[in-house]
Design a binder for this molecule. Sequence first.
Ligand SMILES: [Zn+2]
Length: 288
Amino acid sequence: MRYNFKEFERDFPNDDACLEFVFWNRWPDGGKCECGKVNSFYKVTGRRCYACSFCGFQLHPTAGTIFHKSETSLKSWFFAIFLMAQSRNGVAAKELQRQLGITYKTAHRMGHKIRALMARKGDMLTGVVEADETYVGGKATGKRGRGALNKTPVIGIVERRGAVVAQVMDRVTTAAAIKLIRQNVAPGTTVHTDEFPIYNYVPKLGFKHAVVNHGSKEYVRGRVHTNTIDGFWSQVKRSLDGTHHCVSRKYLGRYVDEFSFRYSHRFSAAPMFSLILDKAGEQLSEAS
Ligand SMILES: [Zn+2]
C-alpha cells in the first residue's frame, strides 16, 4: 500500500504536526503528569516540548529518538523517511541532499539513522526456510568462501512467503552460520541450503535439513531449492548497484538491514512510511 505526497502534506504540514505525531506515538493515552493529571499536556510554542496545563511539568517527545538533538527540522526528517519509504531501491545521500536542501554530510547521517531503525527485530522464521550466503563488492568474481577476495560475505535466511534476515559476516564460518540460524529460526523448521559445508551442522541443531547440490548442477529437486534467497540477493545487488554504487564494508550492514526490512514487509497492509515512522517514534535503546 502506498502513501502519497498529497497525504503526507495533509498529515504533516509543519514541524508541530510532526511533533504531535511523535507525542501520540509515545504516549497514546495523552501522557500522565507527575501531578497526577492525565492527558493535560499542551504544545509549548517554539519548542520541541509539551507542558502540563496544571503544573507546568514538561515532556520532550523526541528525547531518545533519532530526532533528538538534531538541528534538522522534524518536517525534513519526516520527508526523508517519506522519500525512503516511497522508493523501491533506497535513496542515495545525494538525492536526500538535493530534495531536502541540506549538506551531503547531514543527508548521509540522516539516511543511516533511518536505516538503523529498519534493523530487524521480528519473530522467529518458521515453515520452510532457505539459507545461503552471497559476496558483495570487489571486482574479481572470486571463488566462494575464502577465495572471494575483496568481497564482503553476507549470510541470509528467508522464510518462503515470509520475512528475511541477513547479516554481514567478517568471515564465512560454520560458527557464524550456526549462530544466525539458531537466533532466527524456530526449532524443527526445515532449512534448505546447498551443499556448502558451513551448513553441515544444521541437522545437529534440531532442524530438518534439505540440501540441493549446486556443485552437480542440481538447482531444484521437488520443493528443495534456494531460489527464494537467491531472488533476495539479486534484489540487494540491483539496489546497491543502481542507487548507492559503491558501498563501503562499514555501511553495508545498514543497507542490508534496509533491504531486509523492505522485503520482509512487502505484503504488509500498512504503508512502508507508517512502518518506518512508528519505529522512528520509539526510543532507541542505545545512543547512535
Ligand atoms: Zn502536571
